[in-house]
Design a protein around this ligand. Structure first.
Ligand code: 3EB
Length: 340
């Protein structure tokens, strides 16, 4: 297909975890329900959509459900341990790597299954990934930090599928409270994507070796549009963003300054100056960010982080706060969201 079709963009929102099924919109079809909840479960396909439980909350009251909907009919299935749902334009799929002594191999195998599934269903554009890694800052049985171990397997899988650095999705790589490694991905068929980097940060895939044998393979953001030349209605998927300039962590131990720098990084990333490098004419600010997740390492820091975020986000934005570890031990906070 050379002409890009005009199709709607993916839709997601957060719902409360209790009786999520009652709250699902009746006028829409559901692609997936991602439960950020108090236990982990393998992805499953039931009631016509993908369902996953990710252990990201101490109690159900602290969790939420991220619900992806569509106007088109949904088809579901399972392939090599990967559960999926798609609507002929967007694919949502999820996998899990069981708790193990080391993760590179399991990550590579699970990612390979996911990439093979994308290929076979005709979803070539990998838009956005989320990775939830239990014990992320602890060492594996060979003394390598589990986050670095995960990065190695991820890099190998992308390499096997000939993903150059500029075709990797924007991503989140964050701690979780249990369940090994859980991941899910959004891919598109005809909607085009442009990977966006932050001109004030080194691309993660170019990080020096001090952060691990294989760099984290992700884009700072992904611009998704359905109309090619007219990019005005596109969405921006902002990857997990932290207190990093160049490749270095700044303000270790100062959660307020780390929050402000993470916010500054996002503001710059989605702002007009950075987007001009990609011929995208959008004047976004932090107030345009929605379905935001704020990951905070220390529970006691949440009120301060919440206060700072409230000063920058739209009062209408959906914002979830999760108390989990962050991929570098000197980072206390990470923030992601979508400009819809
Ligand atoms: C950083 O900027 C912080 O490994 O997929 C942010 C988002 C981070 C995604 C990932 C890691 C990942 O490098 C860490």
């Amino acid at each position: 297909m050379t002409e890009q079709q005009i199709v709607d963009l993916p839709a997601s929102k957060f719902l409360a975890l209790d009786d999520v099924d009652e709250q699902l919109p009746r006028e829409k079809n559901v692609l997936g329900v991602i439960n950020y909840t108090s236990s982990a479960a393998d992805p499953e396909v039931s009631r016509g959509h993908l369902r996953v439980d990710i252990h990201m909350a101490g109690s159900e009251a602290d969790g939420f459900a991220e619900v992806w909907t569509t106007d088109r009919p949904v088809e579901t299935g399972e392939f090599g341990g990967i559960g999926y749902a798609h609507d002929d334009e967007y694919l949502l799929c999820a996998g899990r790597i069981a708790p193990a002594e080391h993760y590179a191999e399991g990550t590579r195998v699970a990612y390979q299954a996911m990439l093979e599934l994308m290929d076979s269903l005709g979803y070539k554009n990998c838009v956005r990934m989320w990775n939830f890694v239990n014990h992320i800052n602890e060492d594996n049985s060979e003394g390598m930090e589990i986050y670095r171990d995960f990065c190695k397997g991820r890099a190998e899988a992308f390499e096997l599928f000939h993903f150059g650095d500029t075709s990797v999705p924007s991503a989140t790589g964050i701690g979780s409270l249990g369940g090994g490694i859980a991941f899910y991905v959004l891919a598109s068929r005809s909607a085009a994507l442009i990977p966006i980097e932050n001109s004030k940060q080194i691309s993660a895939y170019n990080y020096p070796k001090q952060y691990g044998p294989r760099p984290p393979k992700f884009a700072r953001a992904t611009y998704l549009s359905t109309t090619g030349a007219d990019r005005i209605s596109g969405q921006i998927y902002v990857a997990g963003t932290s207190s990093i300039r160049g490749h270095e962590t700044l303000f270790a131990g100062d959660v307020e300054k780390q929050t402000l720098l993470a916010l500054e990084n996002i503001a710059h990333l989605v702002g007009p100056e950075n987007l001009a490098d990609y011929q995208i004419e959008q004047r976004n600010a932090l107030a345009d960010l929605d379905t935001i997740k704020v990951y905070v390492r220390h529970r006691d820091d949440i009120p301060a982080v919440q206060r700072i975020c409230a000063e920058h986000f739209s009062p209408d934005a959906q914002v979830a706060y999760l108390n989990v570890d962050v991929c570098r031990s000197d980072l206390s906070v990470e923030i992601e969201g979508i400009v819809h």
